[in-house]
Design a protein around this ligand. Structure first.
Ligand SMILES: Nc1ncnc2c1ncn2[C@@H]1O[C@H](COP(=O)(O)OS(=O)(=O)O)[C@@H](OP(=O)(O)O)[C@H]1O
Ligand SMILES: [Mg+2]
Ligand SMILES: [Mg+2]
Ligand SMILES: [Mg+2]
Length: 372
């Protein structure tokens, strides 16, 4: 008897793999060759006007094409499943914008190249299924992107997709993740995250990079090297003394209050500097024990979190033995629509330390309100 969600898992890994191949190709062909990233790895800004045009052109190409590829594959395997995807094609259909025709032709070329990737041996051997993805026309690909327009629902089955999470990290050549998750009746059942720039072993920058993380509800979490996807290694959050814990947070200060996370770390007695990393690679790092506490505290500008930024990562952490909640200790609600609703932040950690983290959050909050 096959395990629950076996087919969904196969299809999602195949789709994420092809999207990762595409995003790596975009980085190598466009971002690197067109020197869009400066020597110090900061994203290109106003220095060279031609580069700025290329940067703004290249940035969405990878996101749109990856969403097109994954949605084509999902539509083929599960034609009636709705998808909540980050991107939509409105800007690509706007002929008043002179860049949209160029973007469309690049997307068509890139997506078809990824869809034509041959089956790997492990796909044939393990699954006996395979993508038989014919070439798509430009407008078929735009329609595929727009399969991601579903508004979300409390009941029923849907996928959620972030074709590139951590777009800024992607442009810097640092961490980003291709994130796909399956949700049923508001509960995340499957999460597949591709992290092409993440070392197989924490901190081993000189070693092999490129991992796919997979979690299935009730079946645990695993890591697979992109180069050898048949080799699944189960991952678990280790238990460490409080004093040895490290926090994980966003690189972008606008996405999470670094002053609040600093206070929380202090209240916990943590002395190590926070590990700053773009994207859901933070959830992946936590799930395999590279960091211990993921803190994402609202900056107070009214931003609402999106379900595609947390669905897969949160299941990966819970299946690896952790807890994911908002800063009040409430579970994240994936049944509210495209967003997680009012932003109470996100706190993820091992089960044993989670209550202490919530207590530290309360303390940090109280200190901050006294300062006001
Ligand atoms: N103001 C604000 N507050 C909180 N979050 C925001 C905000 N603005 C954007 N985003 C979302 O952050 C996603 C990037 O992920 P991270 O914040 O984890 O990584 S990063 O360090 O900021 O790169 C990023 O995902 P991508 O757009 O897919 O890159 C956004 O969905
Ligand atoms: Mg994102
Ligand atoms: Mg994105
Ligand atoms: Mg985005």
């Amino acid at each position: 008897m096959s395990l629950a969600f076996a087919l969904e898992k196969q299809v999602a890994i195949s789709a994420v793999l092809r999207a990762c191949s595409l995003t790596s190709a975009v980085f190598n062909k466009l971002v690197k060759n067109e020197t869009l990233v400066k020597g110090d790895k900061s994203p290109v800004t106003g220095e060279h006007s031609t580069r700025v045009i290329l940067a703004s052109d290249t940035l969405p190409v990878a996101d749109y094409s990856a969403q097109a590829v994954i949605n084509v594959i999902l539509a083929q395997a599960f034609p009636s499943d709705p998808i909540v995807g980050e991107e939509d094609s409105a800007d690509l259909r706007n002929d008043a914008d002179p860049t949209s025709a160029t973007l469309r032709s690049r997307i068509t070329e890139l997506a078809n190249e990824a869809l034509a990737l041959p089956l790997r041996d492990w796909e044939k051997a393990e699954w006996g299924i395979g993508p038989t993805h014919g070439q798509r026309t430009t407008f078929q690909l735009l329609d595929a992107i727009d399969r991601g327009n579903f508004s979300g629902a409390r009941k029923g089955r849907m996928w959620t997709l972030d074709p590139i999470d951590g777009t800024k990290g992607f442009l810097r050549g640092e961490q980003y993740a291709v994130c796909l998750a399956l949700i049923e009746d508001s509960e995340v059942k499957l999460g597949v995250m591709g992290c092409p720039n993440l070392p197989l072993k924490a901190g081993d920058e000189a070693g092999e990079k490129g991992c796919i993380f997979v979690a299935v509800k009730g079946q645990g979490s695993e890591q697979r090297p992109i180069s050898s996807l048949q080799d699944a290694t189960p991952i678990h959050i280790p238990t460490r003394p409080l004093s040895e814990l490290r926090t994980l947070e966003s690189v972008e200060a606008a996405h999470s209050s670094q002053s609040t996370t600093g206070r929380i770390a202090q209240a916990l007695g943590i002395t190590a500097a926070p590990v700053r990393m773009d994207s859901q690679a933070k959830y992946c790092s936590l799930a395999r024990g590279d960091g211990d506490i993921y803190l994402r505290m609202p900056t107070g500008v009214g931003y609402v979190e999106k379900i595609w930024d947390h669905a897969g990562g949160s299941l990966l952490v819970t299946e690896a033995g952790g807890v994911v909640s908002d800063s009040r200790g409430q579970p994240l609600d994936f049944g509210l629509g495209r967003t997680l609703g009012e932003n109470f932040g996100v706190i993820a950690s091992g089960k044993d330390v989670h209550p202490s983290v919530l207590e530290a959050v309360r303390k940090a909050r109280a200190e901050e309100s006294q300062k006001l």
